[in-house]
Design a binder for this molecule. Structure first.
Ligand code: ATP
Ligand code: MG
Length: 328
């Protein structure tokens, strides 16, 4: 039996764009251990949400298609499961907090009834029991006057409260894996911190693994055990959080970290990585970052790079990464 709760191996996802299939997620592999938090970071459009939806088998086909790879959860081959079994797992063993809370809550039903429906979908219990549990969940996620809030419709709540309702719904069946896709991006910083703390506390309480998707390196530093850095559909580096921040090896990760302003440091101008992310239909055969890489060599754009171990627990998709220090 593997020590990992989740194993994503060589995942490929394509989408129809301008009449052609574009490979928007390529060769993505990572593992998550029980109780661990893995951060998935990368710029907008790098494939974070597509990767997480593929894990839940929520890629609409068409326009999308999972074109390769496997996802193992608790020893189960997710892509081989019948849809009925998958529905039990979704919201049961794996729950997801989506990037868009308003679109994930149904405006026509009260918050309480949506949570109790989710509970009844996965657990045998009476309507009344489920309603009581829904109120308990709202209390647990810090919603004041939960009995009253359970009767409210989504539009009657503030953004922060709606996000808590989403979390209550996601956690109501005590999942072993929570996928949180930018759970706090739309919220102000104080509420952001509160919600992340809440997820963290519930993770400790229930013993749960977390895939935390964000483009905020501050959130990564405070919340994650390990980090996977995505760029244009590929993972370019994976390591524990301290290695990523103190000794990153991929030129892209180095650039990402330079782009963060530091406290007590006078910033003349924010560092920017030169150039733009290439479109999925104009990617080079080799390294996706080669067109922007300050260390790019003659063969980088033409030779595909593999994600390889540079030390225990540290993988990098750049065969030149060991020699960069001398060049800097
Ligand atoms: N429904 C769709 N139809 C066509 N292309 C899509 C669709 N959904 C995603 N894509 C493509 O997949 C790429 C990756 O999208 P994804 O939503 O995973 O990015 P992301 O990393 O989550 O970005 P963000 O930080 O903005 O949420 C996008 O650039 C887009 O080209
Ligand atoms: Mg996204």
């Amino acid at each position: 039996m593997s020590e990992n709760l989740l194993e994503v191996k060589n995942l490929h996802v394509a989408f129809f764009q301008d009449g052609k299939l574009a490979d928007v997620v390529r060769d993505v592999s990572f593992e998550i251990k029980p109780n661990e938090t893995l951060g998935l970071v990368g710029e907008s459009g790098s494939g974070k949400s597509v990767t997480s939806k593929a894990i839940m088998r929520l890629i609409a086909d068409p326009p999308g298609k999972i074109t390769g790879g496997s996802v193992m959860m608790d020893g189960m081959d997710i892509f081989a499961l019948p849809e009925k079994k998958m529905r039990e797992i979704r919201g049961g063993r794996i729950a997801m907090i989506f990037q868009e809370p308003l679109t994930s809550l149904n405006p026509l039903f009260t918050c309480g009834s949506q949570i109790s429906e989710a509970i009844r979908l996965h657990k045998k219990c009476s309507k009344k029991e489920a309603e009581e549990q829904a109120v308990e969940m709202l209390r647990l996620v810090g919603v004041p006057s939960p009995e009253r809030r359970a009767k409210a419709y989504p539009h009657e709540l503030s953004g922060g409260m709606r996000q808590r309702v989403m979390i209550a719904m996601a956690l109501s069946c005590k999942p072993s894996l929570l996928i949180a896709d930018e759970p706090t991006t739309a919220l102000d910083p104080t509420i952001q911190a509160q919600i992340l703390r809440l997820i963290h506390d519930l993770q400790k309480l229930n013993g749960m693994s977390l895939l935390l998707i964000t483009h905020d390196m501050g959130i990564v530093a405070e919340n994650c055990d390990r980090v996977a850095v995505m760029y244009a559909g590929e993972i370019l580096e994976i390591a524990d959080v301290s290695t990523i921040f103190h000794s990153p090896m991929h030129p892209y990760t180095k650039g990402l970290l330079k782009a963060i302003p530091k406290m007590n440091e006078k910033v003349e101008r924010l560092y920017n990585i030169d150039g733009m992310v290439p479109g999925f239909n104009e990617l080079p055969k080799g390294c996706a970052f080669s067109s922007r890489c300050p260390y790019c060599k003659d063969d980088c754009a033409s030779t595909p790079q593999r994600l390889e171990y540079v030390s225990a627990g540290h993988q990098v998709r750049c065969k030149y990464c060991r020699n960069l220090e001398q060049e800097a």
